[in-house]
Every structure is written in C-alpha cells, then in structure tokens.
Design a binder for this molecule. Sequence first.
Ligand code: ATP
Length: 301
Amino acid sequence: MSILLEVKNLTKSYSQEKAADNISFALEEHTSTALIGPNGAGKTTTLSMLAGLVSPSNGTIAFHNNKTSDIREIIGFLPQYPKFFPWLSALEFTEMAARLSGVEAKKATLEARKTLEFVGLGDAMKKKTSAFSGGMKQRLGLAQAIVHKPKLLLLDEPVSALDPAGRRQVMNLLKELQAETTILYSTHILNDAEEMTDQLLFLRQGALVEHGSLEDVRTRYAKPRILIEFEKLEDIQRFKALTPWELTVTGRTIAIDIVAEKVEMPAVLAILYKEGFLIRKVERQTASLEEIFMEVAVIQS
Ligand code: ATP
C-alpha cells in the first residue's frame, strides 16, 4: 500500500494553549483512521488544518503523488456542524458542492443525484434543506463531502447526530467508500471506531498520545483479568482468605489481574470447585475500547 498523506510535527498554537501539539502520522491509501479523544483534545483543529481551513503554526502536511493545486479537488470535508443554505434543495446544494470541487457542469447534476441516492436521500433530493432533520443534514453533509470522489475524506464526528439505525447505515456507507477513498474521521463513539478502523490515533490535550491498529492497542492495554461474581456477598471474604492473589472487589464481583498475579482460569476454577462456592458467573475478560480510551485519552483526576 502507498502513503497518501504524511503529517509531521503539526502544531497549532492559540494565545493561551496548543490546540495541536507536534502531531505526526501517515495515512495509507484506502485505509480508515479514527481520531479519538475527549472534548477539546484537538480533533477538530487537526482535521481543519488538513482541510486547509486553519493554518498550522508549525509542521508540514504532504500529499503524495498530488498534481492538483486546488486542495478542494482531492479532499472531501464534513465539518462537525455542517451548514446549508435553507433555500436550496439537497440536489441544488450537492450540485453546487460538486462544481466548487472541480466537477464539470455537465456531470455535476448526475453525480449529485447518484451521491444523494447513495447516502439515502434519494427521495428527499428535491426538498429544501430547511425541512431536513438533524440526521438528514448529516447525510447531506456526507454527500457534499464525497460528490467529487475525493482522494481523502475528512469527517468530523460523522455519525454524532444519527440514531442507532442511522449510525449503522452511515458506518456501512463509509466502509463501502473505503474502496474508493482514504478516510480520517473523529469520533467519541468507540463502538464505531471498533467497527471501522485500520488505525487509531488517540489525542489528549492536543498531543498524539497513542496510535496503532486496533489489535496493537488492544494488546498493549488488554489487562487480561478473571472476573468472578459470587452468589453470596460473604463468600468474597472466604475466597480472599483462601487465595494469595490481590483482588479488586466491586459489589459481588472480584477481579484478578492475570498478568500481575501470574494466574490462569484452571487454578481459579479448581479453588471455586474444591471449596464449593456458589457463583453466578466466571469469565476471562480484556479491557474494552471504552476502558482503553479512559486510560489513554482522558486525564484521570
Ligand atoms: P470536541 O470533541 O469538543 O469537538 P476537539 O477535540 O475537536 O473537541 P478542538 O475543537 O480541536 O477539540 O479544540 C482544541 C482546543 O483548542 C480547545 O481547548 C479549544 O478551546 C481550543 N481552540 C480551538 N479553536 C480555537 C480558536 N479559534 N481560538 C482559541 N482556542 C481554540
């Protein structure tokens, strides 16, 4: 695979703070990358610099094999809060976006129609955007970002305004689009990142604090553990007295850190069986993406 975009030491300083602080990463063609971080981590600032809307204070953004001088022809951008002219229909708006991104007049209407069908607005393309719901606006925002078939698609929280069914549909559309383009999107919704991502970039206070494939990050932060939920609360003390392990207790459930305690399931099951404990559930678990997010991206107070 070849590299489409390379970002080096990208920094944006405002008077008081660095909204983006020395960020470096690369995007390979036809991959999807999730930019993850809490509010204020610098996701919008980073995407806006890549889209050419905010000028960096420092650092470089290099598109490989790019022959166009107008960045709008190779980039599609869906802002966090897309705005539309309320007096235009979805078709007129998408046609206008196509023309502004270099699509010939002859082709613009056809491409706009095809794109609106693709995002699920086929029946609403003649409606004025003032009559659109939040979810329809998000789809229209996606349509204007992809109508010119950009090489790089930048999406700032593309599914935040959608209900669970809409979210699933749009994530599926994005998966389809990956065959034609390269996607960088920001999200708070970690399940979405889990569903579609080749690379995760975790931002915290403007800095890139962790990156890698989902599998890499999972392995690094897996924290494998055994959870036991007891039927009787008093059994927790009895179990504690019988075992040498450090236990974390939450209600009726205890957690044993597999790596720190050098223990595996058979040893735990043997004790539970031999001592006749009544248990509701025993399971081996690893950290969820949610927990990894809390550990990597959120500063613990
Ligand atoms: P959210 O998830 O809330 O959208 P974010 O990760 O997209 O947050 P940014 O919007 O990039 O974060 O903001 C990063 C930091 O930069 C914030 O502290 C924000 O207040 C600051 N910032 C962003 N734009 C400006 C600006 N134009 N002037 C001053 N500070 C700014």
